[in-house]
Design a protein around this ligand. Structure first.
Ligand code: CP
Length: 313
Protein backbone atom coordinates (compact mmCIF):
# COMPACT_ATOMS: atom_id res chain seq x y z
CA UNK A 1 0.00 0.00 0.00
CA UNK A 2 1.07 3.59 -0.57
CA UNK A 3 1.69 5.63 2.57
CA UNK A 4 -0.42 8.46 1.07
CA UNK A 5 -4.19 8.65 1.18
CA UNK A 6 -4.60 10.71 -2.01
CA UNK A 7 -2.68 11.26 -5.25
CA UNK A 8 -2.89 15.02 -5.74
CA UNK A 9 0.63 16.03 -6.81
CA UNK A 10 3.90 14.31 -7.57
CA UNK A 11 5.81 16.37 -5.00
CA UNK A 12 3.96 14.41 -2.28
CA UNK A 13 5.71 11.21 -3.45
CA UNK A 14 9.14 9.94 -2.41
CA UNK A 15 11.67 8.05 -4.54
CA UNK A 16 10.42 4.82 -2.92
CA UNK A 17 6.76 5.72 -3.65
CA UNK A 18 7.58 6.25 -7.35
CA UNK A 19 9.44 2.96 -7.60
CA UNK A 20 6.68 1.08 -5.79
CA UNK A 21 4.08 2.42 -8.25
CA UNK A 22 6.26 1.59 -11.26
CA UNK A 23 7.13 -1.91 -10.03
CA UNK A 24 3.47 -2.66 -9.24
CA UNK A 25 2.55 -1.47 -12.75
CA UNK A 26 4.85 -4.18 -14.16
CA UNK A 27 2.63 -6.72 -12.37
CA UNK A 28 -0.42 -5.21 -14.05
CA UNK A 29 1.30 -5.19 -17.43
CA UNK A 30 1.47 -8.97 -17.04
CA UNK A 31 -2.27 -9.05 -16.20
CA UNK A 32 -3.01 -6.99 -19.33
CA UNK A 33 -1.16 -9.57 -21.47
CA UNK A 34 -3.41 -12.42 -20.30
CA UNK A 35 -6.38 -13.74 -22.28
CA UNK A 36 -8.67 -12.89 -19.31
CA UNK A 37 -7.47 -9.40 -18.38
CA UNK A 38 -9.38 -9.08 -15.14
CA UNK A 39 -8.45 -9.75 -11.50
CA UNK A 40 -10.60 -9.54 -8.34
CA UNK A 41 -8.08 -7.29 -6.53
CA UNK A 42 -10.55 -4.45 -5.79
CA UNK A 43 -13.84 -6.35 -5.80
CA UNK A 44 -16.51 -4.50 -3.83
CA UNK A 45 -14.68 -1.14 -3.99
CA UNK A 46 -16.54 1.79 -5.57
CA UNK A 47 -14.84 4.45 -7.70
CA UNK A 48 -16.49 7.64 -8.99
CA UNK A 49 -15.02 9.12 -12.18
CA UNK A 50 -15.74 12.87 -12.18
CA UNK A 51 -14.64 14.30 -15.51
CA UNK A 52 -15.68 17.95 -15.86
CA UNK A 53 -13.35 18.42 -18.86
CA UNK A 54 -12.95 16.38 -22.08
CA UNK A 55 -10.58 13.42 -21.97
CA UNK A 56 -9.89 10.34 -24.10
CA UNK A 57 -6.73 8.76 -22.67
CA UNK A 58 -7.12 9.52 -18.95
CA UNK A 59 -10.82 8.77 -18.72
CA UNK A 60 -10.65 5.69 -20.94
CA UNK A 61 -7.71 4.17 -19.10
CA UNK A 62 -9.10 4.90 -15.61
CA UNK A 63 -12.43 3.30 -16.57
CA UNK A 64 -10.70 0.26 -18.04
CA UNK A 65 -8.28 0.01 -15.09
CA UNK A 66 -11.22 -0.01 -12.67
CA UNK A 67 -13.03 -2.70 -14.66
CA UNK A 68 -9.90 -4.88 -14.86
CA UNK A 69 -9.53 -4.58 -11.08
CA UNK A 70 -13.23 -5.55 -10.59
CA UNK A 71 -14.26 -2.20 -9.03
CA UNK A 72 -17.82 -0.90 -9.16
CA UNK A 73 -17.77 2.44 -10.99
CA UNK A 74 -19.93 5.52 -11.46
CA UNK A 75 -19.32 8.18 -14.10
CA UNK A 76 -20.23 11.78 -13.20
CA UNK A 77 -19.40 15.17 -14.53
CA UNK A 78 -20.24 17.62 -17.28
CA UNK A 79 -23.87 17.60 -18.30
CA UNK A 80 -24.54 14.27 -16.54
CA UNK A 81 -24.36 15.59 -12.97
CA UNK A 82 -26.51 18.06 -11.03
CA UNK A 83 -23.67 20.62 -11.11
CA UNK A 84 -25.39 21.94 -14.28
CA UNK A 85 -28.44 22.73 -12.07
CA UNK A 86 -26.22 24.78 -9.78
CA UNK A 87 -25.24 22.16 -7.20
CA UNK A 88 -21.91 23.05 -5.60
CA UNK A 89 -18.91 20.71 -5.74
CA UNK A 90 -19.18 20.37 -1.95
CA UNK A 91 -22.83 19.25 -2.08
CA UNK A 92 -22.07 16.88 -4.95
CA UNK A 93 -19.32 15.21 -2.91
CA UNK A 94 -21.42 15.08 0.29
CA UNK A 95 -24.21 13.44 -1.75
CA UNK A 96 -21.88 10.83 -3.26
CA UNK A 97 -20.22 10.22 0.15
CA UNK A 98 -23.66 9.21 1.43
CA UNK A 99 -23.56 6.31 -1.07
CA UNK A 100 -20.34 5.02 0.59
CA UNK A 101 -17.89 5.41 -2.28
CA UNK A 102 -14.19 4.58 -1.81
CA UNK A 103 -12.43 6.75 -4.40
CA UNK A 104 -12.92 9.85 -6.56
CA UNK A 105 -11.00 10.36 -9.81
CA UNK A 106 -11.26 14.09 -10.63
CA UNK A 107 -10.54 15.93 -13.93
CA UNK A 108 -11.38 19.64 -13.89
CA UNK A 109 -10.41 22.82 -15.71
CA UNK A 110 -10.16 24.48 -12.28
CA UNK A 111 -6.77 24.22 -10.60
CA UNK A 112 -7.24 22.86 -7.09
CA UNK A 113 -10.62 21.14 -7.66
CA UNK A 114 -9.30 17.72 -6.49
CA UNK A 115 -8.05 19.39 -3.27
CA UNK A 116 -11.58 20.71 -2.68
CA UNK A 117 -12.97 17.21 -3.17
CA UNK A 118 -10.42 15.82 -0.68
CA UNK A 119 -11.60 18.37 1.91
CA UNK A 120 -15.13 16.96 1.89
CA UNK A 121 -14.53 13.21 1.88
CA UNK A 122 -12.82 10.37 3.70
CA UNK A 123 -12.50 8.50 0.40
CA UNK A 124 -9.24 8.66 -1.53
CA UNK A 125 -8.94 11.27 -4.29
CA UNK A 126 -6.86 11.01 -7.48
CA UNK A 127 -6.13 14.14 -9.51
CA UNK A 128 -6.75 13.25 -13.16
CA UNK A 129 -5.65 16.73 -14.36
CA UNK A 130 -6.66 20.08 -12.83
CA UNK A 131 -6.34 23.27 -14.85
CA UNK A 132 -2.72 24.28 -15.44
CA UNK A 133 -1.70 22.75 -12.12
CA UNK A 134 -1.04 18.98 -11.93
CA UNK A 135 -1.59 15.70 -13.78
CA UNK A 136 0.19 13.18 -11.54
CA UNK A 137 -0.90 9.95 -13.26
CA UNK A 138 0.30 11.39 -16.60
CA UNK A 139 3.74 11.92 -15.02
CA UNK A 140 3.66 8.37 -13.65
CA UNK A 141 2.84 6.84 -17.02
CA UNK A 142 5.58 8.95 -18.62
CA UNK A 143 8.04 7.71 -16.00
CA UNK A 144 6.93 4.13 -16.56
CA UNK A 145 7.43 4.44 -20.33
CA UNK A 146 10.88 6.02 -19.93
CA UNK A 147 11.93 3.51 -17.26
CA UNK A 148 10.88 0.52 -19.42
CA UNK A 149 12.81 1.90 -22.41
CA UNK A 150 15.85 3.34 -20.69
CA UNK A 151 16.14 1.12 -17.60
CA UNK A 152 16.58 3.96 -15.07
CA UNK A 153 16.60 7.70 -14.46
CA UNK A 154 19.94 8.53 -12.88
CA UNK A 155 21.68 11.10 -15.10
CA UNK A 156 19.13 10.62 -17.91
CA UNK A 157 18.89 13.80 -20.01
CA UNK A 158 15.28 14.77 -20.62
CA UNK A 159 14.22 17.79 -22.68
CA UNK A 160 10.65 19.07 -22.32
CA UNK A 161 9.69 21.17 -25.31
CA UNK A 162 6.94 23.69 -25.96
CA UNK A 163 4.03 25.10 -24.02
CA UNK A 164 5.53 24.96 -20.51
CA UNK A 165 3.39 27.86 -19.28
CA UNK A 166 0.06 26.07 -19.64
CA UNK A 167 1.25 22.53 -18.93
CA UNK A 168 0.00 20.57 -15.95
CA UNK A 169 1.97 17.65 -17.42
CA UNK A 170 5.15 19.66 -16.93
CA UNK A 171 4.05 20.70 -13.43
CA UNK A 172 3.92 17.04 -12.42
CA UNK A 173 6.70 15.56 -14.56
CA UNK A 174 9.61 17.92 -13.82
CA UNK A 175 9.58 17.43 -10.02
CA UNK A 176 9.10 13.67 -10.49
CA UNK A 177 12.10 13.39 -12.84
CA UNK A 178 14.21 15.43 -10.43
CA UNK A 179 13.29 13.22 -7.45
CA UNK A 180 14.37 10.21 -9.55
CA UNK A 181 17.73 11.73 -10.53
CA UNK A 182 17.22 12.85 -14.15
CA UNK A 183 18.64 16.05 -15.69
CA UNK A 184 15.80 18.20 -17.07
CA UNK A 185 16.01 20.99 -19.68
CA UNK A 186 13.00 23.14 -20.56
CA UNK A 187 12.96 24.27 -24.22
CA UNK A 188 10.43 26.96 -25.13
CA UNK A 189 9.92 30.45 -26.45
CA UNK A 190 9.96 33.09 -23.71
CA UNK A 191 6.24 33.65 -24.27
CA UNK A 192 5.40 30.02 -23.40
CA UNK A 193 7.39 29.94 -20.17
CA UNK A 194 5.89 30.71 -16.75
CA UNK A 195 7.03 33.96 -15.08
CA UNK A 196 9.29 31.88 -12.76
CA UNK A 197 10.38 28.75 -14.68
CA UNK A 198 12.94 28.03 -11.92
CA UNK A 199 10.06 27.16 -9.58
CA UNK A 200 9.49 23.98 -11.59
CA UNK A 201 12.96 22.81 -10.57
CA UNK A 202 14.46 22.09 -14.01
CA UNK A 203 18.24 22.20 -14.44
CA UNK A 204 18.29 24.45 -17.52
CA UNK A 205 16.04 26.61 -19.71
CA UNK A 206 16.72 27.44 -23.36
CA UNK A 207 14.95 28.62 -26.50
CA UNK A 208 17.41 26.81 -28.82
CA UNK A 209 15.94 23.41 -29.69
CA UNK A 210 18.60 22.61 -32.28
CA UNK A 211 21.42 23.14 -29.77
CA UNK A 212 19.68 21.08 -27.09
CA UNK A 213 18.58 18.08 -29.18
CA UNK A 214 21.96 16.30 -29.62
CA UNK A 215 22.32 16.02 -25.82
CA UNK A 216 18.93 14.48 -25.05
CA UNK A 217 18.01 10.85 -24.25
CA UNK A 218 14.31 11.71 -24.07
CA UNK A 219 12.59 14.43 -26.13
CA UNK A 220 9.23 15.16 -24.52
CA UNK A 221 7.03 17.28 -26.80
CA UNK A 222 4.19 19.16 -25.07
CA UNK A 223 0.87 19.91 -26.71
CA UNK A 224 0.30 23.56 -27.63
CA UNK A 225 -2.81 24.21 -25.54
CA UNK A 226 -4.83 26.26 -28.03
CA UNK A 227 -7.75 26.44 -25.56
CA UNK A 228 -5.59 28.11 -22.89
CA UNK A 229 -3.47 30.50 -25.01
CA UNK A 230 -3.93 34.18 -24.19
CA UNK A 231 -2.86 36.86 -26.66
CA UNK A 232 -0.57 35.67 -29.45
CA UNK A 233 2.47 33.92 -27.90
CA UNK A 234 3.90 33.13 -31.36
CA UNK A 235 3.25 34.65 -34.80
CA UNK A 236 1.83 31.52 -36.46
CA UNK A 237 1.60 27.76 -36.01
CA UNK A 238 3.92 27.38 -39.02
CA UNK A 239 6.59 29.49 -37.34
CA UNK A 240 6.13 27.59 -34.08
CA UNK A 241 6.67 24.33 -35.97
CA UNK A 242 9.80 25.73 -37.65
CA UNK A 243 11.38 26.81 -34.35
CA UNK A 244 10.02 24.37 -31.77
CA UNK A 245 8.48 21.51 -33.73
CA UNK A 246 10.11 18.09 -33.96
CA UNK A 247 10.35 18.06 -37.74
CA UNK A 248 11.70 15.28 -39.93
CA UNK A 249 14.87 17.34 -40.51
CA UNK A 250 15.57 17.39 -36.77
CA UNK A 251 15.74 13.58 -36.70
CA UNK A 252 19.38 13.92 -37.79
CA UNK A 253 20.17 16.08 -34.73
CA UNK A 254 18.95 13.47 -32.24
CA UNK A 255 21.03 10.78 -30.57
CA UNK A 256 20.57 7.40 -32.26
CA UNK A 257 18.83 5.95 -29.19
CA UNK A 258 16.79 9.03 -28.21
CA UNK A 259 13.06 8.52 -27.76
CA UNK A 260 10.10 10.82 -28.40
CA UNK A 261 7.24 11.25 -25.90
CA UNK A 262 4.02 13.26 -26.15
CA UNK A 263 1.10 13.20 -23.66
CA UNK A 264 -1.54 13.48 -26.39
CA UNK A 265 -3.68 14.63 -27.99
CA UNK A 266 -1.15 15.57 -30.70
CA UNK A 267 -1.47 18.60 -32.96
CA UNK A 268 0.23 16.96 -35.95
CA UNK A 269 2.32 19.42 -37.95
CA UNK A 270 2.61 21.73 -34.93
CA UNK A 271 4.49 20.03 -32.05
CA UNK A 272 5.80 17.27 -34.27
CA UNK A 273 5.52 16.03 -37.83
CA UNK A 274 3.76 12.74 -38.56
CA UNK A 275 7.13 11.26 -39.55
CA UNK A 276 8.37 11.77 -35.98
CA UNK A 277 5.06 11.01 -34.23
CA UNK A 278 4.90 7.62 -35.97
CA UNK A 279 8.66 6.94 -35.97
CA UNK A 280 8.94 3.15 -35.42
CA UNK A 281 12.13 3.28 -33.31
CA UNK A 282 11.87 6.64 -31.58
CA UNK A 283 8.22 7.32 -30.87
CA UNK A 284 6.85 5.82 -27.62
CA UNK A 285 3.58 7.75 -27.75
CA UNK A 286 1.38 4.65 -27.93
CA UNK A 287 3.54 2.94 -25.29
CA UNK A 288 2.59 5.90 -23.07
CA UNK A 289 -1.09 5.13 -23.66
CA UNK A 290 -0.59 1.49 -22.64
CA UNK A 291 1.50 2.58 -19.66
CA UNK A 292 -1.46 4.76 -18.63
CA UNK A 293 -3.61 1.66 -18.18
CA UNK A 294 -0.94 -0.29 -16.21
CA UNK A 295 0.03 2.67 -14.01
CA UNK A 296 -3.57 3.65 -13.23
CA UNK A 297 -4.28 0.04 -12.20
CA UNK A 298 -1.21 0.27 -9.97
CA UNK A 299 -2.27 3.57 -8.36
CA UNK A 300 -5.85 2.39 -7.69
CA UNK A 301 -4.59 -0.91 -6.31
CA UNK A 302 -2.04 0.74 -4.00
CA UNK A 303 -4.33 3.52 -2.75
CA UNK A 304 -7.30 1.22 -2.18
CA UNK A 305 -5.29 -1.56 -0.56
CA UNK A 306 -5.59 -4.48 -2.96
CA UNK A 307 -4.39 -7.98 -2.15
CA UNK A 308 -1.49 -9.45 -4.16
CA UNK A 309 -2.99 -12.97 -3.94
CA UNK A 310 -5.83 -11.70 -6.14
CA UNK A 311 -3.43 -10.82 -8.97
CA UNK A 312 -1.29 -13.90 -9.36
CA UNK A 313 -2.74 -16.20 -12.01
N1 CP B 1 -2.85 13.25 -21.84
C1 CP B 1 -4.12 13.40 -21.49
O1 CP B 1 -4.45 13.76 -20.35
O2 CP B 1 -5.03 13.12 -22.47
P1 CP B 1 -6.60 13.23 -22.33
O3 CP B 1 -6.95 14.69 -22.21
O4 CP B 1 -7.15 12.59 -23.59
O5 CP B 1 -7.02 12.47 -21.09
Amino acid sequence: MLSKKHLLRTTDLTYDDFMQILQTAVMFEEVNERRIKKVPALRGRTVVNMFFEPSTRTRGSFELAEKRLSCDTMNMGGSTSSTVKGESLKDTILTLNAMKVDCYVVRSSHAGAPYQVAKYTDACVIDAGDGKHQHPTQALLDLYTIWRRKGGFDGLRVGIVGDIAHSRVCGSLVPALKILGAHVTLIAPQTLLPARPDVLGADAVTADLDAALPELDVVYMLRVQMERLEGAPFPSLREYNMLFGLTRERDALMRPDAIICHPGPINRGVELDSYMADHPERSVILDQVYAGLCVRMSVLYLLLGGNENDITA
